[in-house]
Ligand binder design. Sequence first.
Ligand code: PLP
Length: 912
Amino acid sequence: MELSNFFSASEGRLDRWRTLHRIAKMLVGAADRDAETIWQEAQKLLADMGPIEDFCGYPGPRLMAQLNGRLQTADRIGFARLVQRISSALLTNSYRENPEAWKAEEEAEEHSADVLPPSIGRGQSRKPYFEVLIVSPGERSMWPQIRDVFRRLRRVEDQFIYEPVIVGSFEDAVLATVFNYNLQAVVISDGFGFHSHYTVPALREILLQQVQIGKGEQAVTRDLGTTLARLIRRWRPEVDVYLTTDRDVGALAGSDEAAPIRRVFYSVEEPMEIHLAILDGIEDRYETPYFDNLKKYAARPVGTFHALPIARGKSIFKSNWIRDMGEFYGANLFLAESSATTGGLDSLLEPTGNIKVAQEKAARALGGDRSFFVTNGTSTSNKIVHQALLVPGDIVLIDRDCHKSHHYGVVLAGAQPLYIDAFPLPQYSMYGSLAIKPIKKALLQLKAEGKLDRAKLVVLTNCTFDGHVANVKQTMLECLAIKPDLSFLWDEAWFGFARFSSFLRRRTAMGAAEAIREMMRDPEYRTRYEKFKADVGEMDPKDPRLLDIHLLPDPDKVRVRVYETDSVHKSMSSLRQGSIIVVADQDFHKVEASFKEAFFTHTSTSPNLQIIATIDVARRQMELEGYELVSRAIQLAIEIRREINNHPLISKYFRAATPAEMIPEEYRQSGFTDWGMPGWRMIDTMGALDNDEFYLDPTRITLLCGHAGYDGTQFKGLLANDYDIQINKTSRNSVLVQININNTRSDLAHLIKALADMARAIDKRLEEGGEAEKAAFRSRVKSLVEDVPDLPDFQRFHDAFRDDPGSATQEGHMRAAYFMAYDAGNREYVKLFSKEIDERLAKGPELVSAKFVIPYPPGFPIMVPGQVITQEIITFMRKLDVKEIHGYNAAVGLELLKPEVLAARKGNQTII
Ligand SMILES: Cc1ncc(COP(=O)(O)O)c(C=O)c1O
């Protein structure tokens, strides 16, 4: 089993029920002589379904037993009826709220009442449904009794309803945690065994590698309860784990072992206590303090006398001219508008009430120590972090093709950017990501030149627009080995969802920060570090070996200082501009005041309440169903990739770029090339995720369209206009198809159908157009696929903006250049295609940009203020066939700083 079919175990479950339904229907109409074969087919399918069904609350053992009974007694009609009922309850999800779905067929009404799981009961409002895993040491014959005990604890006043799912071994508990998306809590009773009675080699491999347990007897004798708790929380950190034990609960509860456990119970404790604890745990995740209060606020008869006419909607619903706005959005939007920070609405700028609690919950969900809601996008979150952590003169190591908010953030902070280029993918006119080696090289050069103390921050994008996911842990470890108190800003604008994937979480900033904290406490790491230190000695920054070995930081010196910014609106259910800063900074107290100032600088004094509320709600959703939604999105993305690349017609012209095509071999140390590689096992995938320098986010699909003769912009237009398909961004010969928690199998079908239609149309055009059409097509494809401009690197700032022009590191005073351009007397304009450009490139004086020049695509600055413009940049600009270039107006030409003004400026002389 590999990642490509890992998730399909859950997805395939529904398919198998559909198939069983089809077989059951055939059975009803079949002649007696055919019935036997069909019965056998049904029997085999039911047997295959057994293991997964054991781990799910619905249909549960009673209905499954009834189904098997009908199979034994050859009751064709009864069998078909029951299969039909179960499969439709599963497909429509109605078992979550409809007690009828749970009834065994011939059951009397009175009897059914106490066995119906959702005693959601009639007439009550809908109660959210979930399942609880009970890991029991008891005999299987005892399980019905345990199930009944929990069911009988249900009370009318409970806010939620759950169904127990019982397993009897460590491995089964892990399987249920992995595959049952409905699980929200696990109750572990000490004393159960290790091995599953199912054969699951893939699971054994993962257990061995990930949990470092299970080596034969050792596993059986270890304390399985707490080990299981640790593993479950590692796989699904949001799930609540409870332990009942007859050990010394007092001592256990206070120990490190019990840290992943929400509550420890003494075995003979009242089951009601456990029931209440379970509900309390769900309530904690379900509660959305800000949103809940906003709803209450909206329902109050508030009279408003402040500057927000839209509040309460009276200016809209009474209007003769804009009433349609009210009808379109509905009254609640306006009832929930306010500019008040009192009445329980709290203040985003100085939160003390429900925003504070909502932020704490979001920090928990995303794995940080604290979090801050931002209502103006990650563009603002990034600027806040820059301003909070940097002062003028600081050096910031920064990914040159990161989002423009970082470049502006550096200007605002007055820090000096030391730009580092990502590896290029010129064949697709895009950059990849920043490898570890050039970052290390820059840090070592700073150290060699005695400037390391000024290097304060490393800014990286994870994942990139095109899906390059860094090895976050390795990157930070190696940087910290050179400078142990370095701070990191990981721009995870696209990647917030990854926290809820058991696979991708390790490659998020917060996942890695947690891993590093754990590592620094681990005595085994200390031994490794001592050995490393003995081998390497005092690190000589000029020693070239350091670039090729994995550097280890000193556990006594490391400070974990990690900031992550997420566009909640890009990957979760928040309104546009909902963003969050998540912090895991051991030294936050040192920057708390400057962080607050930076937050004040950039935050509106009238933040949008609806955005705040939806960030709160997005958190609730991800904590309760993020695991399922993200697993499904990844599965869908892998299927779309496979459909495109294996489809005989579509793949003639289109292709989903594989990890092997998007990531150079040197960064895929495991040899991983694509999902579904023959012979590739789950453990190999885990290895690639843990160790490869880059991984590709499967949900970001670079769809290559050059071989169909379309450039990205053309293809994007075609998809939008002719097929109603909106895609993300474009490059010269590709578009980006992004799969998220919102996409369904119908979307897959929609895209595949559109691509097939287009491929057919191209086939037809080429067939009917004769040789001339074919030649024109070939030349168009060649120009798109082969004649691609090289991507220009940063090179350097002009000497006027360098403290020491001779220095090996290329940081510069970008802010001074930026403000120099404010004075019209300092600027000049030269047309891009003029002779003057070529002459100055050949003989000088140097061309120095006055501006950020950002073409879309690729969307990163190919020039920044103060940067010397090279031949490569001019060639790239001249070949660029995009319409939108921020900072450049073709009619007036490139905006440059005048050579004489530059000559008059000395070193780091400030300009303003
Ligand atoms: C890497 C990256 N960071 C930050 C942003 C800005 O995020 P927002 O649109 O939430 O302001 C973007 C936007 O596309 C981005 O691609």
